[in-house]
Design a protein around this ligand. Sequence first.
Ligand code: GN1
Ligand code: MG
Length: 372
Amino acid sequence: MTEEFNIQGTEKLVAIADQFAQQGKVTGIKAFGSGNINDTFLATLDDSKEQHFVLQRINTQVFRQPKLIMQNMCTFTEHVRKRLQHTPLNRRWEVPRVLLTKDAEDHFQDADGSFWRAISFIEGSQSFDTMRDRAQAQEIGYALGMFHNLISDLPAEKLADTLEGFHITPLYLQHYDEVLATASVCKNAEVDYCLRFVSDRQGFAHILENAKAEGKLPLRLMHGDPKINNVMFDIVTQQAVSVIDLDTVKPGLVHYDIGDCLRSGCNPAGEETENWESVYFDTDLCQGILQGYLSVAKAFLTENDYAYIYDAIRLITFELGLRFFADYLAGDVYFKVKHSEHNLARAIVQFKLTENIESQEMQIRNIIKDVK
Ligand code: GN1
Ligand code: MG
């Protein structure tokens, strides 16, 4: 993204952001957040009503049909807006709005063919890369539960599949095998650890897809990426007020979300640490997240849903490690990296976390039983 920071680049960005400024003028723009796929910027306006908005360049190598994403986003936001109008909550809750261009389009394509879109910024809010404490864990859980609750009456087929194969672990495994067959793997202790780790868990990779195929887990709508920094907190009250990053809201299993939220929220060392020995799964935070989640999600969960929560936590953690490792072997074609070993390091974090989850299986299963 360094290109963006020369004057010419900034001018170009401001001009693109200006397309979405219905009122006022764009006075500044800066890189924002820590996304691994899209490029994200925060634009500042000289308008007193709406001071900021989020501008994003969609990575169309990953999201091949960005127009479908915008369509899903509009269907989703419209549904939730109506639900909240009909049944208001007794606390602050916000849904990011899709901003239109001056030509009333939900995206803008620049001269290079890049796909840009803008989303409202949740004013007075912030996000966190790692969990602060148990109270925050409960809020994160509440946020995911509220998100699921608000779409639980929107039929899954109303949204398009914008990223085929997303969270289908057996497909990631298949892709990994293909990459492995052709990659020139540079062997060292870390790579050996990862190769071994994956090969020991081949059978397990199918657990959620089997349950789905057997009709034990229904296809529902999901967020797809409810990691800790996609939950926004009110700066003053410290309550969760929004779940952002709606690109992967589409049909799937709520278990992918539960697994993703817990693998991300219960890892105090964070996804980006290189201090692998410090990685562990915090069961106290796990209990907090699940309590918060169930305070709003109990209404639509079945016995089978509970039965697969532990497997979901273990699987989605393993899956992300597998995705990072496969991308390392493939030469970093999917996730953005800061250096050549970055995806390998990220994979090891997720595998260490998986190992720690496995070693605490009984405790985690007991927590699920207790909070039910
Ligand atoms: C990617 O781009 P970002 O950071 O929102 C990825 C998620 C991973 C996450 C790990 C579409 O999300 O699945 O869990 O990185 N998104 C996609 O940080 O692959
Ligand atoms: Mg995302």
